[in-house]
Write a protein that binds this ligand. Structure first.
Ligand code: SF4
Length: 362
């Protein structure tokens, strides 16, 4: 049976397993939450073989039923523009070439991204890993996880492991506890980070039992992925609160997306809302040169202007670092603040456009 907006009054609505079983997967299911436009219906069919279309009922309920430009809707509902992006690449960060063993991506000497599965609660249309997400075959993955764990054990320089995917919180508590236990038994692994969008897309997954289990494997950090202030619901705030009360620092990594969050007022509202939830805005990524996402990309100069507009106008720790990820690591997009060196002084520009000479002998 298809989920509908009316299901919000059912007790099962807050059951994450119910949410996963009743995800929107078709144009018919989408029509239970919004009035789809022709382009959306056509794109669901046209893109079916390219990238999965799946949305949790919770996240679908946040969509404006009458506005196809709704910032929630545009993140997850396919559009025809995805078929028209000749510049886009399948793997813009060259992750395959940075993989010493399957499912491990290593760009830096001391840390890795460990892709533990291929499944998410929903699929974001701008997903950097769209080439690989969408597979639910845990049996195959378990064998591959063992291989990656063996590589980490044999590589003593790895002190920081980011569990990503897909989304590691799609695992059951037992599977995740097994994986964390294996990592914790490796002496040189100092911290484990989880990259998860479930506090945003399925906050009911963040149960007290999950948080209790995570706290047994400290130090555990979580980075989540809010993109728009409309995602900062009471349910999402409760999920983040449970994580932070379990002693887990929670950071946010957003993506700058055209027409969704690429204006100063929206970004400010997002960042200040995150801070109120005790979630630290950490990075805002420039959208990559990724296939099917040309309609989301923002000129870098515009992104830099946006973040300059925040400086001095909100708490410093509410401003994420605007970064470009490259095959050689992240590059902060902040250089226009620095006007150059004059002798022993470095000349910088304040948020008001005034020049300041900072003594800074070489
Ligand atoms: S939750 Fe993350 S990994 Fe999953 S589809 Fe969205 S961006 Fe990709």
């Amino acid at each position: 049976m298809l989920a509908t907006r009316d299901d919000q009054s059912r007790p099962e609505w807050r059951d994450w397993a119910w949410q996963m079983r009743h995800r929107v997967r078709s144009a018919e299911g989408l029509a239970e939450f919004v009035d789809p436009v022709v382009d959306e219906v056509a794109a669901v069919a046209a893109l079916a073989d390219r990238f999965r279309f799946v949305i949790t009922p919770y996240y679908a309920s946040l969509m404006d039923p009458n506005d196809p430009e709704c910032p929630i809707r545009r993140q997850v509902v396919p559009r025809g523009a995805e078929l028209d992006d000749p510049a886009g690449l399948a793997d813009p960060l060259d992750e395959i070439a940075h993989s010493p063993v399957k499912n491990v991506i290593r760009v830096y000497a001391d840390r890795i991204a460990f892709c533990v599965n291929n499944e998410c609660a929903l699929y974001c249309r701008y997903c950097l890993r769209k080439r690989m997400v969408g597979d639910e075959d845990w049996t195959m993955r378990r064998r591959e996880l063992e291989t990656a764990l063996a590589w980490i054990r044999e590589t003593p320089s790895i002190r920081d492991v980011l569990l990503t995917g897909g989304d590691p919180l799609v695992f059951s508590d037992d599977k995740l506890a097994w994986l964390l236990g294996e990592l914790r038994a490796i002496p040189h692994v100092e911290i484990v980070r989880l990259g998860t969008r479930l506090p945003v897309t399925l906050p009911f997954r963040v149960t007290p039992e999950l948080c209790e289990m995570l706290a047994e494997h400290h130090p555990v950090w979580v980075n989540t992925h809010f993109n728009h202030p409309r995602e900062l619901t009471a349910e999402a705030a409760e999920a983040c609160d449970r994580l932070t009360r379990a002693g887990i620092p929670v950071g946010n990594q957003s993506v700058l997306l055209r027409g969704i969050n690429d204006d100063t007022a929206t970004m400010k509202a997002l960042c200040e809302g995150l801070v109120r939830m005790r979630v630290r805005p950490y990075y805002c990524y420039q959208a990559q040169l990724l296939e099917g996402t040309g309609h989301f990309r923002v000129p870098i100069e515009d992104g830099m202007a946006l973040f300059r507009g925040l400086r001095g106008r909100t708490s410093g720790f509410a401003i994420p670092l605007y970064v470009l990820d490259t095959p050689h690591g992240k590059v902060p997009l902040t250089h226009p603040h620095v006007r150059g060196r004059e002798g022993d002084d470095v000349v910088v520009e304040t948020f008001e456009g005034k020049l300041w000479r900072e003594p800074n002998p070489l």
